[in-house]
Design a protein around this ligand. Sequence first.
Ligand code: GLV
Ligand code: MN
Ligand code: MN
Length: 419
Amino acid sequence: MNPSPEPDRSALRVNPDRLMERLDALARIGAISGTAGCARLALTDEDRAGRDLVVTWMRDLGLDVTVDGIGNVTGVMPSAGDAAPVMTGSHIDTVATGGRYDGNLGVLAGLEVIETVRTAGIEPKRPLAVGFFTDEEGARFPPDMLGSLVYVGGLGLEDALQIEGIDGAVVGDELDRIGYRGIEPCPGAVPHAFIELHIEQGPVLEAEGRHIGAVTGVQGISWTSITITGQSNHAGTTPMSMRRDPAVAAARITTFVHDLANELGHPQVGTVGKIDLRPNLVNVVPQSATMTVDLRNTDDATLQDAERRLRQLLDEMTAPGDLSIDTTTLARFEPVVFDPAVVDLVAAVAESHGHDPLRIPSGAGHDAQMLARVCRTGMIFVPSHDGLSHNPAEHTDPDDLEAGANVLLHTMLHLAEED
Ligand code: GLV
Ligand code: MN
Ligand code: MN
């Protein structure tokens, strides 16, 4: 008897209800009460519970699941040959005030794509794979994209395992504690191509009335931790002229970063997202301030200029006998340009689905920017309501989630037929 003929691939569509059910189920883990958002910081108990759920779904689908030394999890469709897979995926860790779609969409849409393909009895020439990478957010353990950075060999595993988090925990210990220090080697197997679906996390698609973004690249990222040390003293008795006050310096740096980004102009952005004063009491001039500066630009020369000017300010602020300032680079990634042929493919697939895709660079960091170091890579964006992200109110219309997953499906199927 002849095997039953393959269904018409072009008519294939994901099951949106199954995708939404999985997004809802994952969002219940670490849910922030009274909001739609999630708190699943990397390698916490909540992250472990999310990982366990997604791994269960991968195994239920019959995928070959592996975990590597930094806790990246990959599920690959079993296949007879040894062709490198077409890989998709993202992350399931969130910032402490995260939304339910950032990263999670890319992982669960990847799972949905594979289930759709398998249920339809389609056997692509190359297997499909879906993964989630450890600590994409970098909110607990800098740098961001830590797992994918190690996956592509951009940072040695041993160095990564020793990274200390904002709470004093250490990556390797936390991986052991939650049972996700795997045996798969790092760097990981190079896929044939990598394609990531993600929410835009910005306002552009919505403002332009577009439903699909064909992402052209990712802007460069520079994260610096700055510690300013002064002299702690009594708030009532210390004359203003005799103070060495790190809080004032932190405020000056904050406004400088804001003004600098405005002066350099779009797409330069600058953010002070974290300031810790010690001892942080109403009637004590602080002893120290520890703060972070996040600078980003698609143009590396301008980003370097911004870094240089920040450094200049810090040098000016360090007078002998006054404040001392120490800096540490937490993350520094150059801008990435995605493979033009993959960007064109995403746009063509979106057009064939009746969309008018917009080619845009990404403002946020993504695992795809790391995978682009080793294989042909691209990304698909869907709109974020009001441009909100890293906020529990983050929202994307279910029709857009479905549309993005269908563009992912057909982009992957196309790439999977390549030699
Ligand atoms: C990661 O999500 C980042 O862009 O900060
Ligand atoms: Mn993300
Ligand atoms: Mn994020």
